[in-house]
Ligand binder design. Sequence first.
Ligand code: BGC
Length: 884
Amino acid sequence: MSFSAFDLRCESQVDPLGCDFALPRLSWKLSAEKGERGTCQSAYRIQAGSLPGLADLWDSEKVQSDQSVFIPWGGPKLLSRQRVYWRVKVWDSGDKPSKKWSDDAFFELGLLKPADWRSAKWIGGPLVGGPHTSIPLPRLSRTFTLSKPIASARLYVTALGVYEASLNGQKVGEAELSPGWTSYFSRVRYQTRDVTKLLHEGENALVAELGDGWAVGHIGWRERGTYAERPKLLALLIVAHPDGSETLVRSDNKWQVSYGPRLAADLLMGEHYDARLPWTSLGAASVFPAPELKLDAQNGPEVKVTEILKPVRKPYRHGGSWIFDLGINLVGRIKLTVKGEAGTTIKLRYAEVLEKGPLATDGPIYTTNLRAAVNTDYYTLSGESSGEVFESKFTFHGFRYVELSGFPGEPTEKTIEGLVLHSECDKTGDFECSDPLINQLQKNIDWGWRGNSLDVPTDCPQRDERLGWTGDAQVFCRTSCFLRETGPFWHKWMGDLRDSQGPNGELPPVAPFFSGALPQDGGAAWADAGVIVPWTIYLAYGDQKILTDNYDLMKRFVNFWISTAKENLRCYPGYEKQGWMGFGDWLALDGSGKTDGGTPKELIATAYLAYSAKLFSKIADVLGKNSDARKYQSVFEKTKAAFLKRYVSPEGFIAPMTQTAGVIALHFELIPESLRPKVAEWVVRDIESRGGKTTCGFVGSSYQPHVLTEVGALGAAETLLFQKGWPSYLYAVTMGATTIWERWDGWTPEKGFQDAGMNSFNHYAYGAVGSWLYEKIAGLDTDEAAPGYKKLILRPRILDGLTHARATLQTPYGAAESHWEKKKKALVWKITVPPNTTARVYLPVQGDQKVTESGKSLDKSVGVHSLSENSLELISGTYEFEIK
Ligand code: BGC
């Protein structure tokens, strides 16, 4: 592979269609021969034009720079619907240009102004059955004639509710549950589809089926109709003809509304479909006044079917039903294939586990933990002689088991398939080691993320909740960045958080937020997501825009916390009377017997005030806002002083001491250097005294293994990792889990199921340990001063209990790898530093061990050696160290 640029991306995406970035940022990777060292860019040139290969819009000329990620658009102001082709030429460190330009990439703008919607109207059907019900669900359609050939065509479309559009009988695009969930009080996203190939000259039919989705159906534990009483559609089809003219088809009263087989569809309750019922027109669609909300472009990943799972064994009979096991606790829906008499109704129920427990292989399904989410689909057969297929469209379930009642005859393994749904983000990371249980844990973490990243980062995907809990999101965000390319996903969610910020600057416990059920102030560790998530994304991808976009949100939030703290103590005693104390160390098993754990909420809240102020100060520094940087650093110092005065004795004893109190005090750097060993020692001893077990809940556990590693107590972190009794990471794995459980003790042989009021088997929060496996065990990290892996920190920790560990990560610059293996006489460590990056490498050397690289002793040819820390500064390339 010769030196050149490839994998061109606009805002981290390949050829995005219908985006609305004012200054889209362009990125590419550099190709390098396998193993080649020192590939880097000294200059680049971008050309952008209205056609491939043209530079009529922008020619950056040669720019001396090693930047290859997030280069802002430098051409003229972009216009609605404009398509821009772009390409890159790069120069290497010797100023030699790439032989050829990169392949052309493109991005295309959406509708940037309200007037671009060309008077398209919001339309829908009549309410059938009373207020707050749109049962059955409507289908809107319009036929139109195209009398000229078609050059290109775009459909711009969205809904309040969810929609599926089709043209001439073919589904438009692959996305599901569009337009996804945003706070529809303030904004909804529209999608742009290239429908050129779906149209023809002559008569065409554009159809959109509507479902209740988040806007109209049940969300959380609420009644229906949080945002709207019925689903509505907004659509604009623009067909361009070769002669330069256009045909427009817009949503208006020329559309027809029909009702038919989809009798009900609700995200939480399930779907009812009677295949016997034809679509019957009720006449013209109703036109509604435009809701007061912003129309934003999609700009990020969409929900798609990403995998199809087959049952792992034959269905078994229970009572009059059949039960299928798909082997994995997935999120999505099923495809049912059936043949039978017209009018036969099949009932489908879904569950994560069986009533006899997670290891059982027979007996009924367990649905009590789904609370009020009915999660049941009904399908009534049309009696088609060749058989029929049912796939629900506007619902999703979190399940491993499917119970089928009323099935005609005997089903086979082929009767059911599981369609996995989530926001489609490219897979970027992989972690693998010599312990099969840890490998399974890693898989469970990934499935947990897949199931809980359905447009919104949720707590759980199965019960009547499925909300964008801010606390869960912030603890897992770092891990998500190892698993997948999640930058655009989190950008979107930060928009949800901006829409959800209270007038005083408070940030809520869930985003999108709806008032009523929950306080506007999310409390410590939950509301702090507003600062932690942007900072995490900045580190993982080197993306400054997430900091600038959310600077105002962060500042208002930190100021709110400062304004409600007394003498720098947040949630000081007595605060409860005035406001919300937060969720504490949620679900800690620290002997307190309380769901919010035994670590005082005011201690947690004060620690987080310090932490958020410190992160915000760093963010201000990155953005060159020096006075804010100083101001919030001093808030950190003052809060730290208040924390020490109130909670920490001069001997380094935190009162009251819990593992979580110690862990956060250490992680947030609230403990003076001289007392750190004392606090660390207490945490380690407490773990030992409990037979090698954690007591941490959501708050403490996400930092615990990191902190133990950093304070030199790797052994204690290893003990926690290998622990198999609950509470521990591997306990659920030994119970056959395929996702992460909400509770350490979701089910135990002694006690059976935990309180069904809150017992999800797919909750990613404790999966936050994933980042530790990548970052500390394989040792793949980024330098804060050169984020997004422009400079890597490679520092593996060799665990006694493993013989090898390996992580790969597709960074913004290309693939990085760290792979260590204990061989008979030596430790072999192979690493890959991606092109256009450098690395600081910490060699896992013990005592007077010697190091060679690819058989040669370490000299200048292998980076710059810094003896003090056994560290090397390396250029890109692959290396193989042998340490013995
Ligand atoms: C959710 C959690 C959330 C918590 C806060 C639960 O119901 O499932 O994940 O963070 O409430 O109290």
